[in-house]
Design a protein. Sequence first.
Length: 155
Amino acid sequence: MASLLALTQTHPRRRLDQGEALLTEGDEGGELYVLESGSLSVEREGVTIATIDEPGALVGEMAVLLGNDHSATVRARTAAAVRVIDDPIPFLETTPLVALHVATLACARLDATSAVLVELKKETQGKAGEQGLLSRIFSAMAAPPAHPGRRVVHE
C-alpha cells in the first residue's frame, strides 16, 4: 500500500516551531494532517498520551470522521512539518487508498486499546472497583456513538 506521504505530496505543507500547537483540545475539527518530519506530542486534559514521530502518521482523523471537536492538543515537540488536507471528507471519498489507511489506523488503535484493557481486567480480577471501571470502558467501546456528530457526507 502506498504511504500517506506519497498520497498527500501535492497538499500544502505547514511548518511548526517547537512548542507550537497544531490542534487544540476543544477546538472545532476540520483538517487532516500527515506528519512529514519532526515529532509531535498528544495531550488530553493536560496528560501526554502519545508521541508521534513516524513520517506518514495521521493526525486529526477522529475529529474529522466523528464530526467532533478535537479531543486532544497536538503540539510540536521539535520543529515539524505536516501536509494539510483542508477538505478531508471529499478527499477520502475520492482517494480510497487514504481512506483505507485511516480505517486501518483506527482498527489498529482499537485493537491495541482492547488488548491493554483485557490485560488490565486480568490483573484486577477480584477487585470490584477496578472491575467496575473496566466494565464501563468495555461498554463504552461497544456502544454506538451517543450523538452522530456534525460530519456531513458529500454526495
